[in-house]
Design a protein around this ligand. Structure first.
Ligand code: MF3
Ligand code: CO
Ligand code: CO
Length: 284
């Protein structure tokens, strides 16, 4: 017999709260539930929110400056300087050996592009800038697409649909719904528009560490995956491809994720907290 995973445990002698009872009920029915430590306290949520505000200010700064002729190394410097000047730490720098402060992913690069002096932005490029900030120990993670000048209608549509996928994923998430509801909604919207969803990378819990449980896949079945409980904090960050969903990692740098067919990819990301009504964005 398959044993259920017991994630939600209550210390002996503590009285069960209404929340404990509710989650334990789902767990007893065989649903995957979060462990209790994934539920952030109001103080922790405030800390992540403040980190999110700085992260947003960093991305706003990038938005002001980004233009054709700029190198991605200049974006990296901007992110490093602004973050550090405001008391934060760029989480990417040195993370599992990542060499820069931000990920810059142009056109067919899906994510984890490494900023470089040699890489110059050109008119018509679409670029994802993915920034994660640590402030007072709290992590917030968000990314945006930037269109350099004007691009082709197809690439513009890809950027727009990827953004809609993030919004639709957010709306699909309800307290005591499931992680699979999010991915299901995203995949439907991408497919309806003739695009595909990257399957090898996913959103993730975040806040006290860079990557926590659960994995938030951007495809899947409704009613499956981890139960969504108020106080959980995670990202949604759909990577939407114009062609095939398949990707590979650049062997030379060990980081850059590229589409198999070298057609463009777009991604948007926010950090969210589950509330009693749905999701609230912490990286506005
Ligand atoms: N910010 C990315 C994410 O959304 C992770 C980047 S890890 C790095 O999860 F090492 F490449 F920076
Ligand atoms: Co990110
Ligand atoms: Co992320």
């Amino acid at each position: 017999m398959k044993k259920n995973k017991i994630n939600w445990t209550v210390p002996k002698g503590t009285e069960l709260t209404e929340l404990d009872k509710k989650v334990l009920f789902y767990q007893s029915r065989g649903h995957l539930v979060p462990s209790r430590r994934l539920i952030k306290t109001p103080e922790q949520i405030e800390g992540i929110r403040k980190s999110g505000m700085l992260n947003t200010a960093v991305l706003d700064r990038v938005a002001e400056k980004i233009c054709a002729g700029m190198s991605t190394a200049e974006i990296d410097k901007l992110v490093y300087d602004y973050t550090v000047e405001h008391g934060g730490i760029p989480a990417c720098l040195g993370y599992e050996g990542f060499p820069k402060s931000v990920c810059t992913s142009i056109n067919e690069v899906v994510c984890h592009g490494i900023p470089s002096e040699e890489e110059i932005l050109e008119e018509g490029d679409i670029i994802n800038v993915d920034c994660t900030t640590i402030l007072n120990g709290y992590y917030a993670d968000a990314s945006r697409m930037f269109v350099i000048g004007r691009t082709t209608p197809q690439k513009q549509k890809l950027v727009d649909v990827a953004r809609e996928c993030l919004e639709i994923g957010m709306e699909a998430a309800k307290p005591f719904g499931f992680v699979g509801d999010i991915g299901n909604a995203i995949e439907k919207h991408a497919k309806k528009n003739g695009f595909s969803v990257v399957r090898d990378l996913c959103g993730h819990g975040v806040g006290l560490e860079f990557h926590e449980e659960p994995d938030v896949e951007h495809f899947g079945k409704r009613g499956t995956g981890m139960l969504l409980v108020p106080g959980m904090v995670f990202t949604i960050e759909p990577m939407i491809n114009m062609g095939t969903w398949e990707v590979f990692i650049d062997e030379e740098d060990g980081w850059t994720v590229v589409t198999e067919d070298e057609l463009p990819s777009a991604q948007w990301e926010h950090t969210f907290v589950v509330t009693d009504n749905g999701l609230e964005i912490l990286t506005h």
